[in-house]
Design a protein around this ligand. Structure first.
Ligand code: HEM
Length: 264
């Protein structure tokens, strides 16, 4: 995508996912009717804009004979000759814009907030140095702690017994990643950030199955690089005012976090 469009895509990704927060959209889901957009992702006008953007972008690329990049690849026939429909493509485009936007940002802000609450985290990262083993575990712990995707909903394809309850085929089931990630039968001291936590079978990216997060390695890399660069540059980080969470039960994270830092 053209570099100049990235701020617009971030804005639309936020409006789409944070469709219940007036700081991110004028079209707040529970404040006014969204019926006009009921066939659009997240019932959002931003979904319609992203759909149109995707089509116009690909038309322009086709006209220019531009076959570079994954968007072109996605539209090529599979081995059996099948292709995805225009709407599937537009939907997947929206998914990519949204999925890689606020999730990594909220992971980073949760990690920074954790550093303000647990000041030892910064020194642990610094003592380890850039090659330290802590960088193998820290990104996952920050992402567990953040759990930016709060829950997803799936439909049971068969009956299933769980903790003495029966989920029936066809039942719509919410799974709360954020709750699983605070489960004290799975994590020792789950409300504590332990950058060396291992094993760390957190649920923030889902856990197995065909829909496991496609971007999880990129997300880990982004978080690692950000905190490596930060730890390398500062000697102190402190909260400098009240923080604010996004107004949503679907995505969770800090949208405001005033801090003060001391540079090296
Ligand atoms: C810390 C950051 C992230 C978190 C917490 C996160 C979380 C999730 C979760 C919970 C799912 C659903 C898993 C399931 O239903 O089993 C998912 C799916 C997905 N994620 Fe992420 N994600 C993150 C970053 C990214 C990034 C950076 C990208 C791409 C640029 C991305 C792309 C996707 C896509 C395309 C799917 C759908 C996969 C499918 O349905 O087959 N995610 N993510």
């Amino acid at each position: 995508m053209p570099e100049k469009d990235l701020p617009w895509l971030v804005e639309k990704g936020d409006a789409l996912i944070s469709n219940t927060d007036p700081d991110f959209t004028d079209h707040v889901l529970d404040k006014l009717t969204t019926d006009d957009y009921r066939m659009m992702p997240f019932n959002s006008p931003a979904g319609a804009e992203l759909y149109n953007y995707a089509t116009e972008l690909m038309d322009a690329k086709d006209a220019a004979g531009d076959t570079d990049g994954i968007l072109h690849l996605i539209r090529q026939p599979a081995e059996d000759g099948s292709v995805i429909s225009e709407n599937e493509f537009r939907n997947f485009f929206c998914l990519l814009v949204a999925a890689g936007n606020d999730t990594t940002r909220y992971s980073i802000s949760a990690g920074i907030h954790a550093m303000c609450v647990q000041p030892e985290l910064l020194s642990q990262l610094q003592e380890a140095g850039l090659q330290g083993d802590i960088w193998k575990t820290a990104p996952d712990e920050i992402i567990r702690w953040a759990s930016p995707a709060v829950y997803f909903r799936r439909t049971a394809t068969r009956d299933h017994q769980m903790h003495g309850k029966t989920i029936r085929e066809g039942d719509k089931v919410l799974y709360w990643f954020v709750s699983g990630n605070r489960d004290d039968t799975a994590f020792e001291k789950p409300f504590h950030v332990d950058l060396q936590r291992s094993p760390n079978r957190h649920l923030a990216f889902g856990q197995g199955g065909p829909h496991l997060c496609l971007g999880m390695w990129l997300a880990r890399l982004e978080v690692r690089v950000l905190f490596q660069e930060l730890a390398n540059r500062i000697s102190q980080i402190k909260a400098a005012g009240d923080h604010k969470f996004v107004r949503s039960n679907f995505v969770g994270g800090l949208k405001e976090l005033p801090i003060s830092i001391r540079l090296n």
